[in-house]
Design a protein around this ligand. Sequence first.
Ligand code: ZN
Length: 585
Amino acid sequence: MSVLDLPESPSAFAKASWADIAPYFDELARQPLDSSNAEAWLQAWSRLEELVMEASARAMIAYTIDTADTQKEADHLRFSTEVLPQMEERSVGLAKRLLESGYSTPTLETTLARFRTQIGIFRDENVRIFAELEEHSARYQRITGTIMVEWDGVERPLPQLQPFLKSSDRAVRERAFRASSQPYIDRRDELAGLFDQMYQLRQQAARNAGFRNFRDYIFPAKFRFDYTPEDCERFHRAVEHTVAPAVERVLESRRQRLGLDLLRPWDLAVDPYRPKAIRPFNHAAELVGTAQRVFQNVDPELGREFQVMIDEGLLDLESRKGKAPGGYCETLHFNGRPFIFMNAVGLVDDVNTLLHEAGHAFHAFAAHDQPLIWQRHPGSEAAELASMSMELLAAPHLTRPVGYFAPEDALSARLEHLEDILLSLVHIASVDAFQTWIYTSGEGGDAAARDAEWLRLRQRFERGVDWTGLDQERVARWYRQLHIFLYPFYYIEYGIAQIGALQVWRNSLDDPTKAVAHYREALALGAVHSLPDIYETAGAKLTFDDNVIGELVQLVEREIGQIRSKLPALAGTQSPHKTRAANRT
Ligand SMILES: [Zn+2]
């Protein structure tokens, strides 16, 4: 029995306004609902949401690939500011009916818990507020997506300066660093004004829903059932105590290796062991083809899934003018396919980004076997466990002829990846602590106080770099962090998941096949289990504990030490300070 007469493909909704979609929701609301037809009714509702979500995802993808096209922007905005907020409102109504019907099955329990929470915090007056926030988000993307900088007489989008940040010529690096910060310094007032508005709207939405502030609202809103704001603060302290000193050691070694008196922010991306930046690939086709071989070696089924993405055109990877910055993996819920977007320019980072996004893609493939749309996406803490574990699980397969790197480059890339893990943990702690402060201190609506607090938090977490005279550049960093604007509080998830992924990696050092098998089992759980259960299935613990985090940091540092001990002999150039550097390892 079919409850609804639905279109056969999401393309039917490509140009849909809410008025075209509302009648389907009216119909679902009209239908009788009891235990005899609940399953069919749920399937029809899920199918409808799949169609709308995929149409919306396709509009978003088209827009981020071509931000200058006003028609694509309008289509994307129609979905994000009109269709989706209205759909959410109607979905809350349907969820209420479902809960009132008393219908439940064991695999529906996590979905019902989310529905209950969603209904509890839903307020009519917030629909307009979140739609307005979407418009502000689009403005942020417009401002940042169209940034061009002149470099050696050529106008370039910002991601294309990345290779120059890695130059072995320090003056070039400094120029690239300053050139990448300057557009955000120039737009600071505009972006701060935009954020002021977003801050007020978010705090208002939280108060409307009966919360003191947006931080307290976001925990239920993001379905954070398994940890608390206090756990996040434990995480900040654990990072401060265990990761920040490790980063300081890593950077001290870098400083010595580079033969510098002081490490400046433009000295962080250059490879201290390879005089020329490693070029893992020359064009997107090579990036893609190599990735397919790598995944094939991690697990043949993952290789097959990535091949599907190639065959079906589900990748847009190279940096081009007009593309939005960053990278993402979006799920096409109706067809059960992922789409990966990024801005590759030929660097080691691009390889890591693709491995990361592919982890999300494998998650989408695996979770699609769950029958209902709400049973598939378990939340970002599990999503990022999928992506960050893949970065580490794929790492042993990155050497040629399978992977991207000559043997000595592979060591160097691996070192960069492991150091980045430590560096990103301190960044994550500062971004989460910053957002916590913004929404709980009472001063978050004050642009100057925000910038001052960011500087204070950076000093707390990020040690080992000399920022003298660069306060403006240091402040500019948070304006570049699009999550703070577009996806508030979406950041601690990366930290939680990184700690989980390091455990998956630790398991893989003993038995890679078993570790990958557990990883795939966890992905297939979709959203029908709790977060701690998903982590456990993957072979990890959801934890904020100082000692556990400290042990993992030690493991990373040990591995870094081992790689370094193999590297100096390979280095092409000898710095004049080599003797001094060799005295300390
Ligand atoms: Zn991710």
